[in-house]
Design a protein around this ligand. Sequence first.
Ligand code: ADP
Length: 522
Amino acid sequence: MEMQLPPGLDRRGFDSALAAMRRTIGDTKVFATDLDRQTYIDAYALGDGMEHAASMALAPETVQEVQAIVRVANEHKLPLWPVSRGRNLGYGMAAPRMAGSAVLDMTHMNKIIEVDTRYAHAQLEPGVGFYQMHEHLRDNRIPLWMSVPANGWGSVIGNALERGIGYTPYGDHTSKICGMEVVTPTGEIVRTGMGAMEGNKAWAHYPHGFGPSWDQMFVQSNFGIVTKANMWLMPEPEMSAHVQVNLPRPEDIGWAIDALAELRQRGVIEHNIIFGNYLHDASAFTTRADWYQGEGPLPDAIAEKIQKQFNVGWWTFHLSLFGYGRIVEENMKIVRAALEPRLGAGLDWKLWKRGEPIEPFGPSTGVPFVLPLNVANWMGGRGGHVGFSPVMPPSGELALAAFRSRKARFEAAGLDYYCSFTMGHRHIANVNMIIFNRDDADMVKRTQALFTQMIKDAREEGYGEYRTHIDYMDPVADTYDFNNGALMRLNEKVKDALDPNGILAPGKNGIWPARLRKEKRA
Ligand code: ADP
């Protein structure tokens, strides 16, 4: 595999940076063989992934080693791309935005520093995985629940830093961060919130501190390396109730989104709802070839067959209620009154009560799973997926319009329409996931064209994405265009002040340091 050098560094410069890294943190924490570099290629890359190939990976074990790496990176102008566990599938995994960057892989910084059972929070290093955390809580009988994303193989902190979500009331992960420790691009250690006071006892209790509140500045940015963070956990409820709801017709999205938005806004439903089409189940358990061998998008007749086999609707969503038993019982009545008359059928709730095993309920009770990874096998070949997810108001009418226009785009591109509307507290994220076969060059091209088209369509409709794949960070950032891109000019000013040598994650979310701004994709 040909090695990619970062812009501004020739082979000699690179070799001396590599030697300095080896001297500084030791050979065993520096990975720079071809096989090592291959390991950090995005498994779902659109193409061969070389546009985002890392030149090496560095695996620190302590915050002092992170500081030392940053110092050497500044001396040698070696760009660093920090990841926690680097499992950001569909967004680039551990691969850097800019080829030739060194991946700063924090998998080995995986200490659960503290879990406070009484006040329901934990202090974690970035490498702590969802499975590790779940096992820790379970094995120590700690009555606190996590919130986990659809694929639970990543890290608690890495996911929160990308604004990942889960399906319990604590599912807006980034909002559950309460103070962090950060190594700045010039190597200083800063603690945010109350942690700015040495020995402060309320660091994990109050997120803001005194003066400006910086936690979100280190989220989806390239302004610092997070080396630990406090995360709030959910006290185990007395009871929870779960129900699957199937909607038979595509148009049902109109009334259903409106009804759910009201339940969400009034706090009856307190978790992110995934409102997905039939392909969710089909792609988790079968492949396209099991259903259809033809070209073009999946015909509607097949959609019907899939719905029957998996007992799902055209759309399906799952609702959960949590809390004291009496309140859950009352909320079940409220949800029934809101949905059953339109459904023309009763809701079939499944109950969980404290003391019973939660594992069977999976992510809706904060238990990690990885079943949706199967999605990548849908098309055959080496599979991948990439999601286009604009944020919209939670309106049934707007959701119906978005659904119709995106579905038409997928069909015109000859691709299967995998869609969900993820409902947060006051918004929906319309996840349009393109599943492709990496080995089919024409399909990859159609995927890229469809993604670019959807960025444009959504911009015209007045929507922007909440998160994106490394390939699309520049064009998506460009859609945030108020006052000729004033927000990006602000980001760049901050970037240049904090990172004068431009070494930290160049290009992350479209933010380039001054010396590399010409790398920005037009
Ligand atoms: P996960 O561990 O869940 O797989 P990643 O480690 O892939 O998540 O993190 C997702 C993204 O968040 C990374 O690509 C990076 O941009 C950012 N990120 C992750 N960890 C850190 C960190 N400790 N400091 C700064 N940014 C981070």
